[in-house]
Design a protein around this ligand. Structure first.
Ligand code: GLY
Length: 615
């Protein structure tokens, strides 16, 4: 069974049970500066989990493109990836545990054909504030009993603490910011292991083996989160106004389980890339452990980079662009370990099969392949040059110790083994322990940085961000009305301090044009127009000319924000909000900067100041 079939089966299973399919949101979250990439299917649906009705109802299903960066150093084993697809289904205050868990089981055993004897499940063991999930234990026991399996606790059903069986975007309850929703979850693991028995000590880490021990025998393939709580400012958890189900299952892992391979890289979601890599490197996947690990890292990073580029991210030294750059560089360094260097543009040929993998579901990957390849190749050549420079620097060093080896890793990305080779050539023996200590510190720091990027919850719907979001709509309409009606938004980013908008336009705007745009926005603010949200069919929204985000796919029913009245509006945009109720609340609008952001694309920064000081 290939990935397209499994994606289709999942969507079909849930649409047959009253769910409406929604398209995958782009990888970069719209108007949410608190997080770099969408990392779970629920992320674009936070407001619905908190109680806002979704235009398509209470039951949704989709396959969402996602990126998780916390695991970047783990990539290379059989199951960790940076980019992945998450199959998701949601109940917003509709069905709950007694429907969800039997459906998960029916889907895994019926649609994917997994042997129920190989499924193990976990539930939340409880903490001081939230009790043990005995209801899920009872439901699982019934489900397994109907399949003729006696599901004893500690044998097939396991209760784990919050570290394992509580889910929110921030993790365990203690880490959740005020306003953040979360809840206990119930995970399903597929058992691949023949060589280990339950509770036997794992040869990998010496711990007794059980579904959550991460020794590689069990693979988590399904997670039903019972989103029922919200963190309060005083640190307590209170019940949300509705009980939600938020299910996430990694497509890559389900494809692996359905095909009986514990290796997600040995599936149709990676094989086409690995085949090209094998030919380029003249090595065989699965033969030598070192080569296999390098091939997994390269295939993962190239696939991730292609998906980011297809969603409009470009390499840079900041934010998403920095992550993209890091993926490309890491891929090239591991390519070097396979003997691939010199003509660094080979990375472009690895990108092509990614389009083939996603033709049916993400046609934008093929549509943008020419640009994607060109950017990858340019980036690779540039990195190649800096690598040469790095090698030159090493040659000049009088001493290479563990600390220097780490600095070389951090600055140029040189892996330990390479550096050691050069050091030994000079008769020096850097201390590996020191290198590893520095490396561990670095890992902890990048985890903290990834967590720091996430403020989550209601933080991203703060007052200033909300005002700038409305100002963003005014700016786009003003650019079209004062400069050129064919201007379209090509990217956006809003923080509490300023807004940034990218749009198509062939040249620099003149000072006179900039003040025309600024004046039009400020006039509209002074008119104190109402901002209203209206739900409608996508086709209708298109007919009235509502602005869409470039490259974004919208569901059949959408919400549109009008500035002005629906009969006579200054601006209408496909948008999930939030917005101020009247434009008069925005204060004074100032354009701070206008610059190029690539061929044919301009970038504008603007801010709001209180009206009294600004006017
Ligand atoms: N939102 C559920 C998960 O990511 O597992």
């Amino acid at each position: 069974m290939n990935s397209s079939e499994i994606r289709k089966k999942f969507i079909g299973f849930y649409t047959a049970r009253g769910h409406v399919e929604i398209p995958s949101a782009p990888l970069v979250p719209a108007n949410d500066p608190t997080t770099l990439f969408v990392s779970a299917g629920m992320q674009p649906l936070i407001r619905n989990i908190l109680g806002e009705p979704h235009p398509l109802g209470k039951r949704l299903v989709n396959s969402q493109k996602a990126v998780r960066l916390q695991d970047i150093e783990e990539v290379g084993d059989n199951r960790h990836t940076t980019f992945f697809e998450m199959l998701g289904n949601w109940s917003f205050g509709d069905y709950f545990k007694k429907e969800q868990l039997p459906w998960v089981f029916a889907y895994l055993t019926g649609e994917l054909g997994l042997d129920p004897h190989k499924l193990f499940v976990s539930v939340f063991a409880g903490n001081g504030a939230v009790p043990k999930d005995t209801e899920s234990i009872r439901i699982w026991k019934d489900i397994f009993a109907r399949a003729g399996i006696d599901a004893g606790e500690g044998e097939r059903v396991f209760a784990y603490p919050a570290k394992n069986n509580w889910w929110s975007r921030a993790g365990e309850p203690d880490r959740m910011p005020a306003g953040e929703p979360g809840g206990p979850d119930s995970e399903v693991f597929y058992d691949f292991g023949q060589e280990l028995r339950l509770h036997e000590r794992s040869p990998y880490n010496g711990q007794p083996c059980h579904p959550n021990c991460d020794c590689g025998r069990y693979l988590e393939i399904a997670n039903s989160v019972f989103m029922q709580y919200q963190k309060q400012a005083d640190g307590s958890l209170s019940e949300l106004s509705q009980k939600n189900v938020d299910f996430g299952g990694g497509l890559e892992r389900q494809v692996a389980a359905a095909n009986g391979t514990p290796d997600v890289f040995d599936t149709d979601l990676f094989r086409p890339v690995i085949r090209v890599l094998e030919r380029a490197a003249k090595r065989t996947y699965g033969r030598e452990e070192h080569d296999t690990r390098a091939m997994r890292i390269i295939a993962d990073h190239v696939r991730g980079a292609v998906m980011m580029l297809s969603d409009g991210v470009g390499p840079s030294n900041k934010q998403q662009g920095y992550i993209l750059r890091r993926l490309i560089r890491r891929a090239l360094l591991y390519g070097r370990e396979l003997g691939l260097s010199g003509d660094w543009r080979y990375v472009g040929t690895l990108a092509e099969p990614v389009a083939e993998i996603y033709d049916a579901v993400y046609p934008e990957v093929r549509a943008r392949m020419r640009d994607t390849k060109a950017i990858l190749e340019e980036e690779a050549v540039r990195f190649g040059r800096s690598l040469e420079k790095g090698l030159h620097e090493i040659e000049k060093l009088s001493e290479i110790n563990g600390q220097t080896a780490f600095t070389l890793y951090e600055t140029y990305g040189f892996p330990w083994e390479m550096t050691v080779e050069i050091a030994e050539g000079k008769g020096q023996h850097p201390d590996r322990r020191r290198f590893e200590e520095e490396f561990e510190k670095h890992k902890a720091l990048s985890r903290t940085a990834a967590a720091g990027m996430f403020r989550g919850g209601l933080a991203d719907q703060g007052e200033e961000t909300t005002k700038l979001h409305t100002a963003h709509h005014l700016l786009l309409a003003a650019l079209q009305q004062a400069i050129d009606p064919s201007i379209r938004q090509r990217g956006s980013n809003i923080t509490a301090e300023r807004l940034r908008m990218d749009f198509n336009f062939g040249r620099k705007l003149t000072p006179d044009e900039l003040s025309r745009v600024e004046n039009l926005v400020n006039d509209t603010i002074r008119e104190n127009l109402p901002v209203t949200r209206v739900e409608m069919d996508r086709a209708e929204a298109e007919t009235i000319g509502a602005q869409m985000e470039f490259g974004h796919k919208y569901p059949d029913r959408v919400s549109v924000y009008y500035v002005g009245s629906p009969e006579h509006f200054f601006s209408a945009e496909f948008c999930g909000g939030p917005h101020v109720a009247f434009t008069g609340r925005l204060g004074h609008f100032t354009i701070q900067k206008e610059e190029s952001a690539g061929a044919g694309i301009r970038r504008m920064y603007a801010r709001l100041t209180p009206a009294a000081s600004g006017n």
